[in-house]
Design a protein. Structure first.
Length: 224
């Protein structure tokens, strides 16, 4: 059953391995148990066992979530009557995120614009030219990999909308991450227009150049 769940269409290889790892951790707590028999009390027992082992709250939460998702999938197929772990209490993850202050965001943008105006010699000039537009896209909520894989045709310069599309080779978070992102800053839209207007004749080209025609990608000379 678990193999069938993990091999379902549309599941990315990395996501599949994450789920397999999490389900294996739960299996280690309940060795020999049929996963269809897990109860709400078992969820609490797993939480306590992993906590005693020094596992982080976010990891424990991920393991509980993995079982709940598996159970919901089994319910849809009639193999399970109810997803017993779907509504169980979960540990609160420790928050480690830090956020840039407004003045830091301003300094980041100014640095990108300076580099675009006078690119250093050790990188390709077209890499630096794209930095202000790339920074604005990041600030509008795109992931770096989504910025890297945008095509010219994905950016609507008339209406100020960026279409994030899940496509072969593009690493959006999931197939459900397709979305339209409105460009809320006039400055940001002007940066995108300056970069992309001259390239409208090549709609399938990378919107944000990343190294030599994108071949170096995020792991090469244009790593941010």
């Amino acid at each position: 059953m678990i193999d069938a769940y993990l091999e379902r269409p549309g599941l990315r290889a990395g996501t599949r391995e994450t789920y397999r790892h999490r389900l294996s951790a739960v299996g280690a707590t309940f060795a020999g148990r049929d996963p269809l028999t897990l109860s709400e009390a078992d969820a609490a027992a797993h939480w306590r066992a992993r906590e005693r082992a020094g596992v982080s709250p976010s990891t424990i939460r991920g393991e509980l979530d993995a079982v709940a998702i598996l159970q919901r999938w089994a319910v849809k197929r009639g193999w399970l009557r109810v997803a017993t772990w779907a509504e169980v209490e979960r540990p609160e993850p420790r928050r480690r995120e830090t956020h840039l202050r407004p003045e830091e965001i301003g300094a980041f943008l100014r640095a990108a614009e300076r580099l675009a105006a006078a690119p250093p010699g050790e990188r390709l000039a077209e890499d630096w030219a794209a930095w202000p537009a790339a920074v604005w896209l990041l600030l509008h909520g795109l992931r770096a990999s989504e910025v890297q894989h945008l095509r010219v045709r994905d950016v609507d310069l008339v209406h100020g909308v960026v279409h994030v599309v899940d496509r072969e080779g593009a690493r959006t978070k999931s197939a459900q991450s397709d979305r339209a992102v409105p460009v809320l800053s006039a400055h940001a839209l002007e940066s995108l227009r300056q970069l992309l207007r001259p390239r409208q004749a090549t709609p399938d080209a990378a919107a944000i150049p990343m190294g030599r025609g994108g071949k170096d990608g995020a792991a090469g000379r244009s790593k941010w």
